[in-house]
Design a protein around this ligand. Structure first.
Ligand SMILES: Cc1ncc(COP(=O)(O)O)c(C=O)c1O
Length: 386
C-alpha cells in the first residue's frame, strides 16, 4: 500500500505531543456548551457577542429558506448571485464606512484569494510574524516575496520597506487583533509607513469586527483610519455569529476581486440562509452596543481574577486572554484538568503558535454571567493548587 506513510506521520505527531482530536458539541453555541455529553463553561469560542444562537438570526435564516430555498446552485459569476448577497454587501459597506464590500465563503478563502489577486511575482508582501495561517498561505500562493516583520514592530517593518526592490508593488498585511495573543496591531504607525513608502495596507479584522469601534465596525474604524486602509477583511463567523467573510474597500477593489480572485470565482456562493443570518447579525451588533460593554466588563473581571490568583497573562485589551504555559504537554494537561472540572479553555500548541509558547487561549463572551466567571476562577484556583 502506498498510504503506509499516513500512520507513520500520525505517529510522528503523537511522539511530538501535538496530536489533535475533535470534540463534539451536542447543543447550541453559548456561554455553556454540552461538550462530549457534559455541560462546561465555554471559554473557547469566537462567538464573542453570544449571538450565534440568537432567535433573530434563526428567524432570518428560516425566512430566507422559505423565500429563496436552501442552496445557491452555482458560483456568484454563474447563477449564484442572489438578492441577499447584494443586500448583505450593501449593508456591510455601510457598516464598515467603505464604498463597497464583497462576501467570501470563509475568511481563509478571503485571505488567500485577496493576497494572490493584489500582488504577484516580483512584488513584496510585508507580513506580521504572528499573522494567521490563511494570510501566510495567501502570501505563498501569491508568489510575491514574503518579508516577515517582527510582531508589531514598526522599525522592523520600515527596514524591510526601505530595502524593497525598486518598481515592486508593496502590500503590508496585519491582523488588527491577533487571534492567538489578543493584542492590537500598531495600525496608525503601519498606515503612516505605508503612506511614506507608497505601500498598500490590508487589515484582517477577524477578531475586531463586532467587538471594537463605532457600532462594532472594527479597530480600523475605532482609530479613524477607514480612509487610509486600502483593504479590510473580516469574518461573519466570529462576533457576527454566523459563517462566511467579507472584504471592504473601494468599488474598484470589489470589481477587481470579482474579475480575478480565484477563491471568489471558482466556488459555489454561500446559501441564502447564511446571508440572511449575517444581515440580522449586523442589525444586532449595531443596535445592541450593551453586548460590547458587557463583553468588556467580563474580560476585565476574568483578567483581574486570574492575575490575582498569580497566573501570568500577556497584556490584551480584547476578548482573547492568552495564558502562556510554554511547554505543549503541560499546556494540554492544564486544559484537561480544567475541563474535568467543567471549564473549557482550549490549549493551543505549535504549529498554531511558535514553539515554546503553548497557551490556554481563554476567550470571553458577552453572555457569560458573573456566576460563571466566579465559578471558573474557583476552578483555576483549584488547578493551580497553591
Ligand atoms: C485572524 C484570522 N483570519 C482569518 C481567519 C479565517 O476565518 P474563517 O474562520 O472565516 O475561515 C481566522 C479564523 O479562523 C482568523 O483568526
Amino acid at each position: 500500500m502506498s498510504t503506509g506513510f499516513i500512520n507513520a506521520e500520525l505517529q510522528k505527531i503523537k511522539d511530538a505531543g501535538l496530536y489533535r482530536k475533535l470534540r463534539r458539541v451536542e447543543a447550541d453555541q453559548d456561554a455553556t456548551l454540552l461538550l462530549d455529553g457534559r455541560e462546561v463553561i465555554n471559554f473557547s469560542s469566537n462567538n464573542y457577542l453570544g449571538i450565534a444562537n440568537h432567535p433573530a438570526l434563526a428567524t432570518a435564516a428560516k425566512a430566507a429558506i422559505d423565500r429563496y430555498g436552501c442552496g445557491s446552485g452555482a458560483s456568484r459569476l454563474i447563477s449564484g448571485n442572489m438578492t441577499l448577497h447584494e443586500e448583505l454587501e450593501t449593508k456591510l459597506a455601510k457598516f464598515k464606512g467603505c464604498e463597497a464590500a464583497l462576501v467570501f465563503n470563509s475568511g481563509f478563502q478571503a485571505n488567500t484569494g485577496i493576497l494572490a489577486t493584489l500582488v504577484g511575482d516580483g512584488d513584496v508582501i510585508y507580513s506580521d510574524a504572528l499573522n494567521h495561517a490563511s494570510i501566510i498561505d495567501g502570501c505563498r500562493l501569491s508568489r510575491a516575496i514574503s518579508q516577515v516583520f517582527a510582531h508589531g514592530d514598526l522599525d522592523s517593518l520600515e527596514t524591510g520597506l526601505r530595502a524593497a526592490p525598486s518598481g515592486s508593488r508593496k502590500l503590508i498585511v496585519t491582523e488588527s487583533i491577533f487571534s492567538m495573543d489578543g493584542d492590537e496591531a500598531p495600525l496608525l504607525g503601519i498606515v503612516e509607513l505605508a503612506e511614506k513608502y507608497r505601500a498598500m495596507v490590508m487589515v484582517d479584522e477577524a477578531h475586531g469586527t463586532g467587538v471594537f469601534g463605532p457600532n462594532g465596525a472594527g479597530v480600523v474604524a475605532k482609530l479613524g483610519l477607514t480612509e487610509r486602509v486600502d483593504i479590510q477583511m473580516g469574518t461573519l463567523g466570529k462576533a457576527l455569529g454566523g459563517f462566511g467573510a467579507y472584504v471592504a474597500g473601494s468599488n474598484a477593489l470589489r470589481e477587481l476581486l470579482i474579475n480575478r480572485c480565484r477563491s471568489f470565482i471558482f466556488t459555489t456562493s454561500l446559501p441564502p440562509a447564511v446571508m440572511a443570518m449575517a444581515i440580522a447579525a449586523i442589525d444586532l451588533v449595531v443596535n445592541e452596543p450593551q453586548r460590547r460593554e458587557t463583553l468588556r466588563t467580563n474580560c476585565q473581571m476574568l483578567r483581574k481574577g486570574l492575575l490575582d490568583l498569580g497566573f501570568e497573562l500577556t497584556p490584551s485589551g480584547s476578548a482573547i486572554l492568552p495564558l502562556i504555559v510554554g511547554d505543549a504537554a503541560r499546556c494540554m494537561e492544564l486544559s484537561t484538568q480544567l475541563l474535568e472540572s467543567g471549564v473549557f479553555a482550549q490549549g493551543i500548541r505549535p504549529p498554531t503558535v511558535p514553539p515554546g509558547t503553548s497557551r490556554l487561549r481563554i476567550t470571553l463572551m458577552a453572555t457569560h454571567t458573573v456566576a460563571q466567571i466566579d465559578k471558573a476562577l474557583q476552578v483555576f484556583r483549584a488547578v493551580k493548587g497553591d
